[in-house]
Design a protein around this ligand. Structure first.
Ligand SMILES: C[S@@+](CC[C@H](N)C(=O)[O-])C[C@H]1O[C@@H](n2cnc3c(N)ncnc32)[C@H](O)[C@@H]1O
Length: 427
């Protein structure tokens, strides 16, 4: 039965939070100040109806918003959304006892997300899914907090090259591989040479299916098509420009979510490291920071993914006019660069996965490196690692939220930390 509540505040994942006699209840798509009817399910609730709407409410621009789990904030006015996201970072820093002014958030959506992952599912024909009139194949994104696939035929937050074409390509691949009826996850990346598609979930394909995929790649004019990272056909190298270097990332390797986001983050690293002779780029991926930094400094890039390292190494060796770039395969969680090794560098750029880089931060804190550029896609681990560095004598000079996951609760953060002279440190 629907229950009427008042929404008091927004949570970190963009859900409205209502205080009820049974404790706080999280209501997706509800805004603070709104009176709403909800259907409760434990601590979560479905928004049945907004009775009294907030002036900050906006009409979502995507017809799938509310069903598709990709976006969570299209119902907010832009200024409200920006203030909320910025405040989440400020609160997270306060929670870690870090006092630093958060600079205004930079909109880094640019032309849109350059990569999407579509899911192809073949429902069990023996258990009819009442929600889908098309029981043969579902193609789309996952619903929020569910494994249910929401059929879509376009995604307005993707770059123009993917917006309409990505669902069409995923459907064509699903049709081609449908005899196995395996759940497929199809990652499609837009590059300047065309679309780079990696199919996961199918397992090894028979020769006949692989040959069929070669024909399909030609029919869809794909740049590259791979199965579980194994290249089936490369019709054009799917290169991505990183500064002056053209990098061909291995299928499925990490890439910043938007081209603009990558340029903004790398811009901070390059600007901060101006004048540094030797820079260490830790968790370097296939080189968006290293290759730009190498236009002025010697760079040592460290990463665990062999394919990304090979791509970075190849790009560094084939790009004219770069300073020396060395690459090292190393698991920085288990074997962080030690303080004496770090002392050979004038600056360290660090961009770990969501889990952060606690072990590496402890070694940097014990080193004499003058400058650290910390890039992170997780505010909580960013704050934890920054606190470790500050404890070791660094001052957090700048903190900048970079919005490359626009319309979602995710946020990228850049921090510039400088080692303070011992005389300036607080006792
Ligand atoms: C957030 S991405 C950043 C990559 C790159 N800086 C960029 O902007 O594209 C994190 C990178 O850390 C790498 N990585 C994950 N775990 C690692 C580990 N234990 N040691 C070293 N690198 C790791 C991933 O392969 C990925 O390339």
């Amino acid at each position: 039965m629907a229950e009427r509540v008042t929404i008091e505040r927004l949570g970190a994942r963009a859900d409205g939070i209502a205080a009820t006699p049974d404790g706080p209840v999280f209501v997706p798509y509800a805004l603070p100040g709104e009176t709403a009817e909800i259907a409760k399910d434990g601590q979560r609730a479905r928004l049945v109806r907004v009775v009294d709407a907030s002036p900050e409410r906006e009409t979502p621009f995507c017809p799938y918003f509310g069903e598709c789990g990709g976006c969570a904030t299209q119902h907010m006015r832009h200024a409200f959304y920006q203030a909320w996201k910025q405040d989440i970072l400020a609160q997270t820093l306060r929670h870690a006892r870090i006092e630093a002014p958060v600079e205004p958030m930079i909109d880094a959506h640019g032309e849109g997300r350059r990569r999407v992952t579509l899911h192809v599912r073949f429902p069990d024909v023996r258990s009819p899914d009442v929600r889908s009139p098309d029981r043969a194949m579902h193609v789309g994104f996952m619903a929020a907090r569910s494994h249910h696939v929401i059929g879509i035929d376009h995604c307005p937050i993707a770059v123009p090259a993917l917006r309409q074409s990505a669902p069409r390509i995923a459907r064509a691949i699903g049709e081609h591989l449908k005899s196995a009826r395996k759940p497929l996850d199809i990652q499609i990346t837009a590059t300047r040479a065309g679309l780079d598609v990696d199919i996961r979930g199918h397992g090894p394909a028979k020769d006949r299916d692989r040959l069929g995929l070669v024909d399909l790649a030609a029919a869809l004019d794909l740049a590259r098509l791979s199965l579980h990272g194994d290249v089936v056909v490369e019709r054009r190298p799917p290169a991505i420009l990183m500064g002056r270097a053209a990098v061909v990332p291995p299928p499925g390797s990490f890439l910043q979510a938007t081209e603009r986001g990558e340029a903004v983050l790398a811009g901070f690293a390059v600007e901060a490291c101006r004048g540094a002779k030797r820079v260490a780029d830790l968790f370097s991926g296939c080189g968006p920071f290293a290759l730009r930094l190498a236009e002025r400094s010697e760079v040592h890039a460290v990463e665990t993914d062999k394919g990304s390292m090979a791509a970075l190494d190849r790009a560094a060796r084939t790009t004219q006019g770069l300073r020396r770039v060395t690459v090292e395969a190393r698991d920085l969680f288990r074997r962080p660069l030690l303080a004496p090794e770090l002392n050979a560098f004038d600056a360290v750029v660090i961009d770990p996965p969501r889990a952060g880089a606690e072990a590496q931060a402890r070694q940097i804190a014990a080193s004499k490196v003058p400058l650290v550029v910390s890039v992170s896609c997780d505010a909580a681990t960013f704050a934890r690692d920054a606190a470790i560095l500050m404890e070791g004598g660094y001052r957090l000079e700048r903190v900048v939220p970079v919005d490359q996951f626009k319309h979602s609760p995710h946020l990228e953060v850049v921090g510039i930390l400088r080692r303070e002279p011992v005389s300036n440190r607080r006792q």
